[in-house]
Ligand binder design. Structure first.
Ligand SMILES: [Zn+2]
Length: 211
């Protein structure tokens, strides 16, 4: 950022808004040099010596045009990102994990009975690269972010992990077990491949409420 060292106090200060390549404010004070500043809110401020001609200020701003535009764009981007995907609070995360535990416990019970397989503990995790896993002892992990996905996707992940109780691999025989329970499983698998990343970008409250 351009320096504006030693803010020069409340001298005969006179502010005006200019409209050129972007809006900027001029603040005159008893300083000796020109300085340009962008505030966290995206206001562009030129600090100028009292009596500095408008044409001098204008050409000064023109020289900095690219720098200002780059910074304004970056600021804009940052604001959009933070407002679109607010960070989740610990309290909310705990609530989602508890909802996920209920859902996955119910679904696992249901499908394990249909498939005639046993399982161990169920744990709810938040691993960026994993939707679920099944240990050799039959302990199951599920990613809580899945509760933001369509329900068929959750069913697929549960059935996928339970199918590992029969086949600890991703062979044809393994997928035949899944297909037997979920004839449409390919749709869910594709959804996860194509849209899985969106579960990290947003909290979709409506799909949560329908879960
Ligand atoms: Zn697998």
């Amino acid at each position: 950022m351009f320096s504006d060292t030693g803010s020069s106090g409340p001298q005969s200060r006179n502010t005006m808004v200019m409209k050129d390549m972007f809006d900027y404010e001029i603040i005159y004070s008893s300083r000796k040099t020109l300085a340009l500043q962008i505030t966290a809110e995206g206001r562009v401020i030129v600090r100028a010596p009292v009596g500095c001609p408008r044409s001098v200020i204008k050409s000064f701003v023109q020289q900095k045009e690219r720098w200002v535009k780059t910074h304004l764009a970056r600021l804009q981007e940052r604001t959009e990102n933070t407002s679109a995907y607010p960070p989740i609070s610990e309290k909310d995360r705990a609530r989602y994990i508890s909802i996920a535990r209920d859902i996955f416990t119910r679904k696992t019970e249901y499908y394990a009975r249909i498939m005639g397989v046993s399982y161990g503990r169920i744990a709810i995790r938040e691993q960026k690269t994993r939707w679920g896993s099944c240990s050799s002892k039959g302990n199951l992990n599920f990613n809580w972010r899945l509760i933001l996905a369509p329900e068929q996707v959750l069913d697929y992940v549960v059935v996928h992990e339970l199918a590992h109780r029969r086949e600890m691999n991703h062979s044809k025989a393994f997928y035949a077990i899944i297909e037997n329970v979920l004839p449409d499983y390919r749709k869910a698998r594709r959804w996860l491949k194509e849209n899985g990343h969106t579960l990290w970008e947003q909290l979709n409250y409506s799909s949560l409420n329908n879960a």
